[in-house]
Design a protein around this ligand. Structure first.
Ligand code: HEM
Length: 476
């Protein structure tokens, strides 16, 4: 009986149905995935094309690997694709509030609030925060290079982006000597990973209909990560209210307080509070690991390609004409560095499938592809990055491709359209300021003189599979 129900689901649904591999009952196509599912999907494109269908157990999923189609879907048909799939883990991890998880009118309002909040949190102030964090990182590097010990990029790039986010969100300092592998920061990171892991990297329980009632019951009874996170944010919310001045917001939390009721218990609803707490959680979730992993890959690839590292150092040195600090205003004068950052993000995209979207109505895209209502839609960043049509010789790490074509329309690591990454400029600036100032002062290389393993490990953010160290050499 189950088999009949399962297979009736897989029947042909439209003459313009999207092609994909043959599914099995219950698991759909999940059985065919290895521990690098984004690579598996890239391989499937050879047979099924740049728009294909995969059954994630019971969830009909459309995977896009072509920049023109992605534009047609995410920009031209934004309204039909702006929501996120209503999967159980997202429900119990966010109560569908905040920026990442809200839908429809709620999302439109929240996105507007958050975008204004980011603009209002005085831009100059944000740059000063970034500068301070760069200083902290450079002091750690100075000490490590003097001691002659090895430098672990993952630890220090995470400390850099986490320190920045703490200050940006709560106006709180992360102590320079604090070990982020312990204490409050570790607790916060673990909670957020638990909440977002299933949503961002996929979980069988979320997509199996047969076990859904049990799974929902389980989450209702035992999933306590989001309530604990709420307590963490609520404590800071109350602290902020004691000294809150709507005329001079100190941080993101202040600007969200001002936007959602100004802290007045009569004006601030329960929903408003959830929107504030969930938005704070989103910024930690979406803004820490993504940027730190991009920086980690920069350390890895520049160690593996020393000629690129020397060239980019020379460009910075020549441009600065004796100054000892790279400023954001130097960005336009450093095209090779910009190209290196872009090529790193192309060669090793940190979000394998971006964040999932869903369809509000049946739709035919480009007169070719039928996408049914309630499908999950993903971008395969790996396939897009290695699509020869847009990036010739894609398996070669070659920053000059972005010198020749700085505005390559297929380079969209922050997604596109109205629901793209709200932290894009923030991320671009923090990555640029950090790596430029490091490269000005240090040469780095692998510890054993061999190439560092470039293979990635799939996850919420896709990181280098091995933690690695580099040796630092202070430049004259
Ligand atoms: C290398 C760094 C980053 C990359 C590659 C990246 C990429 C992305 C992508 C692909 C999405 C999904 C957009 C979609 O649904 O189409 C996204 C969403 C988002 N990102 Fe980023 N991101 C980065 C850094 C940041 C930073 C630093 C912040 C915060 C300051 C941030 C905040 C967000 C938020 C809040 C969303 C949800 C937007 C919404 O649903 O409206 N991201 N990001």
């Amino acid at each position: 009986m189950i088999l009949v129900i399962q297979y009736s689901k897989y029947r042909k649904i439209h003459e313009k149905e999207i092609k994909g591999p043959f599914p099995l009952p219950i698991l759909g196509n999940l059985h065919s995935f290895s521990d690098l599912p984004h690579h598996d999907c890239t391989n499937y494109t050879k047979k099924y094309g740049d728009v294909m269908r995969i059954w994630f157990a019971d969830l009909y999923t459309v995977i896009l690997s072509d920049a023109n189609i992605i534009r047609k879907v995410y920009v031209e048909n934004h309204e039909n694709f702006m929501d996120r799939p209503r999967i159980p883990s997202l429900k119990y991890g966010t109560y569908f509030h905040g920026t990442v998880a809200s839908m429809g009118e709620d999302w439109i309002r929240n996105r507007d609030v958050v975008s204004r909040a980011m603009r209002k949190t005085n831009i100059k102030h944000i740059y000063e925060l970034m500068d301070t964090q760069v200083d902290i990182l450079l002091r750690s590097m100075e000490k490590i290079s003097k001691d002659g010990t090895a430098f672990e990029p993952r630890y220090y790039t995470t400390k850099y982006t986490m320190g920045l986010m703490y200050k940006f969100i709560f106006n709180e300092e992360v102590d320079e000597n604090e070990d982020i592998n312990n204490g409050d920061i570790k607790k916060l990171g673990d909670l957020m990973s638990r909440i977002m892991e299933d949503f961002a990297s996929g979980s069988l329980w979320d997509v199996l209909e047969i076990t859904r009632p049990l799974y929902l019951k389980y989450l209702e009874m035992f999933e306590k990560a989001f309530p604990i996170l709420i307590e963490f944010f609520e404590k800071r919310y109350k602290e902020h209210l004691k000294t809150f001045d709507p005329e001079s917001p100190r941080d993101l939390l202040d600007t969200l307080i001002a936007e959602y009721g100004g802290g007045d218990p009569k004006k601030t609803t329960k929903d408003d509070l959830l929107s504030i707490y969930s938005s704070l959680s989103d910024f930690f979730f979406a803004g820490v690991d993504t940027s730190s992993t991009t920086l980690e890959y920069l350390f890895l690839l520049l160690s593996n390609y020393p000629e690129v590292q020397e060239k980019v150092h020379d460009e910075i040195k020549t441009t600065l004409k004796g100054r000892d600090r790279v400023l954001l205003s130097d960005k336009a004068s450093l095209p090779y560095l910009s190209a290196v950052i872009k090529e790193t993000m192309r060669y090793r995209p940190v979000t394998s499938f971006g964040l999932p979207r869903t369809t509000t109505n049946d739709i035919v895209i480009d007169d070719k592809y039928f996408i049914p209502k309630d499908s999950q839609v993903l971008i395969n960043y790996h396939a897009l990055s290695f699509n020869e049509k847009y990036f010739p010789n894609p398996h070669v790490f070659d920053p000059t491709r972005f010198i020749n074509e700085p505005n390559n329309q297929a380079f969209i690591p922050w997604s596109i359209g109205q629901r793209n990454c709200v932290g894009m400029t923030f991320a671009q600036d923090e990555i640029f300021l950090c790596i430029a100032n490091v490269l000005l002062r240090y040469r780095f290389k692998s510890v054993d003189g061999k190439k560092i393993n470039e293979i990635e490990k799939y996850g919420i953010t896709t990181k280098p599979v091995d933690r690695f160290n580099v040796l630092l050499e202070k430049r004259a």
